[in-house]
Design a protein around this ligand. Structure first.
Ligand SMILES: O=C(O)/C=C/C(=O)CC(=O)CC(=O)O
Ligand code: CA
Ligand code: MG
Length: 409
C-alpha cells in the first residue's frame, strides 16, 4: 500500500496507521486523521466526497467528523469505522483523489490538538500481575502480594471522567490528607508522593443497552482504539484514603491521554496471545478468543528514559475487561475510557510507576542531569511513548502523552 504523499513506507504514522484526533486552526475543533506529519481535515474532505456523490449511501462521516470530539463517529459503530478506514486508505493511496484531498492536509505544527473524546465513563483496571504484586508488597506488606480475587476477575475502579486531559496539559500538584502508618494523626498539604502510571487507554464506541452484556467474543465491536494514558497518582493521599472503597482523591485530580487514538484495526500485526490463564481457569463468561497486544512503552522523566514497560505481558485482555464491566448489565457509552492498569514487567527497568521503580521512594532514581527522584518534583515533565509492530516490518507509533507538574495552588 503506497500513498501518493511523499512518505516512507515504514513511517510510524504511515498509511497503515491513520490515527484519529481532534484539532483546530483558529476555528472550531474538528476531527482530523494523522498521516506522516500532516493532519487531514477529515470532515471537510468527506463533505467534498459526499457532495460529489462519491460516498454513496454509507454512514454520514462528514457530519460525524465535523464535530468537536470523536463521539459521534464512535456512535456509528464498527461497520462504519471499517468503511471510514477503507475510504481514507483509498483517498490517500489512489492518485485520482489527490487534487481533492491535498487542500485539506495541514502541517501538524500549525494545528492545536484537543482532547479527542468527550470522556463518558472512565474505568481503570489493574491487569498487570507484576504491578499488582509490587503494589501489594508495598501497600500491604502483611498480606499476600496478590489479592485472592486477582486471577478470577479483572479488578477495576470507576474514575473521574471530567478530569481526563489531553497530552500537554499541565498538572497541578494535588493537595490532600495523608497519614503514614507511624504518624499519630493525619496532616494536610500538597502531595509529597506524586507519581505516574504508564497505561494504555481503550476508547469505547457503539453504545449498549442497560441490562445487556457484551461477551468476550463481541467485545471488539465496541473497542474502537487505543491511547497512551498516564494515571497521575498521589501515593500519600491514596494510601490513607483507599480502605475500604478504593482510589478516590489520590487519582481523581488528572489523568492524561494522548491526542491521537490508534484504531484497533491498525494493530493487527501486534496481536499476541495472553500470557496464560489456566491456573486457575477463568469462569466461562471471561473465557474465549481474547488477545493481547505487543506494544512497547517508554517512560521519560525530564529527558531520561526511566522505564521500558512491555504491554504484551498483561494478564487480562481488553475484551475480558469489557466483558467483566458489563456482565452485571451495566451499559457502555461512546467515549467510555478503560485504563489497562499500570504496565509493569518483571524487570526493574520495566516498571510503570515511580512507586515501583523507587520502591516507595527508598531507592531513588538518578537522572541524566545528576538529580535524584523518589517521586515527582514541581517542574518535572513526564512523557510516555509507545510503538507496536505494523505490517511488513513497519512500526506504528502511538501518540505520545506528556505532562509537566505545576506547584500546588
Ligand atoms: O493496590 C492498590 O491498592 C492500588 C493500586 C494502584 O494504585 C494501581 C491502579 O491505579 C490500577 C493500575 O493502574 O494498575
Ligand atoms: Ca492506574
Ligand atoms: Mg486518574
Amino acid at each position: 500500500m503506497i500513498t501518493w504523499l511523499d512518505l516512507p513506507t515504514d513511517h510510524p504514522f504511515g498509511i497503515h496507521h491513520l490515527p484519529y484526533g481532534v484539532f483546530s486552526v483558529g476555528g472550531p475543533p474538528r476531527v482530523g486523521v494523522r498521516i506522516g506529519d500532516l493532519v487531514l481535515d477529515a470532515g471537510a474532505v468527506a463533505a467534498v466526497g459526499r457532495d460529489a456523490g462519491l460516498v454513496g449511501d454509507g454512514p454520514d462521516l462528514a457530519s460525524a467528523w465535523q464535530t468537536r470530539s470523536l463521539n459521534a463517529f464512535l456512535d456509528l459503530g464498527r461497520p462504519a469505522w471499517t468503511t471510514a478506514r477503507e475510504w481514507l486508505t483509498e483517498i490517500l493511496t489512489d492518485e485520482v483523489h489527490r487534487a481533492g484531498v491535498e487542500p485539506h492536509l495541514l502541517p501538524l505544527s500549525d494545528v492545536t490538538l484537543h482532547l479527542p473524546i468527550e470522556v463518558a465513563d472512565y474505568v481503570d483496571f489493574y491487569a498487570s500481575e507484576n504491578h499488582a504484586s509490587n503494589v501489594g508488597q508495598i501497600f500491604r506488606p502483611d498480606s499476600p502480594a496478590l489479592p485472592a480475587n486477582w486471577k478470577h476477575l479483572p479488578i477495576g475502579y470507576h474514575g473521574r471522567s471530567g478530569t481526563v486531559v489531553v497530552s500537554g496539559t499541565e498538572v497541578v500538584r494535588p493537595r490532600g490528607q495523608r497519614k503514614a502508618p507511624a504518624d499519630p494523626a493525619p496532616s494536610f498539604g500538597p502531595s509529597l508522593r506524586l507519581d505516574i502510571e504508564a497505561e494504555l487507554g481503550y476508547v469505547i464506541g457503539g453504545p449498549t443497552e442497560l441490562g445487556s452484556s457484551v461477551s468476550v467474543g463481541d467485545a471488539e465491536d465496541h473497542l474502537f482504539g487505543v491511547v497512551l494514558l498516564n494515571d497521575w497518582s498521589a501515593r500519600d493521599i491514596q494510601a490513607w484514603e483507599y480502605v475500604p472503597l478504593g482510589p478516590f482523591l489520590g487519582k481523581s485530580f488528572a489523568t492524561s491521554i494522548s491526542a491521537w487514538v490508534t484504531p484497533l484495526d491498525a494493530l493487527r500485526a501486534a496481536r499476541v496471545p495472553l500470557p496464560g490463564q489456566t491456573e486457575p481457569p477463568v469462569l466461562p463468561y471471561l473465557a474465549g478468543e481474547a488477545t493481547g497486544f505487543d506494544i512497547h512503552l517508554e517512560v521519560d522523566l525530564n529527558g531520561t528514559v526511566v522505564s521500558r514497560p512491555e504491554y504484551a505481558g498483561m494478564y487480562w485482555a481488553p475484551a475480558q475487561m469489557l466483558a467483566h464491566l458489563t456482565v452485571n448489565g451495566a451499559s457502555v457509552r461512546s467515549g467510555d475510557l478503560l485504563g489497562s492498569g499500570t504496565v509493569s514487567g518483571p524487570e526493574k527497568g520495566a516498571r510503570g510507576s515511580l512507586l515501583e521503580l523507587t520502591w516507595n521512594g527508598t531507592e531513588p532514581l538518578t537522572l541524566a542531569d545528576g538529580t535524584c527522584r523518589g517521586f515527582l518534583e514541581d517542574g518535572d515533565t513526564v512523557t510516555m511513548k509507545g510503538w507496536a509492530p505494523g505490517p511488513n516490518g513497519a512500526r506504528i507509533a502511538l501518540g505520545e502523552v506528556s505532562g509537566t507538574i505545576r506547584p500546588a495552588r
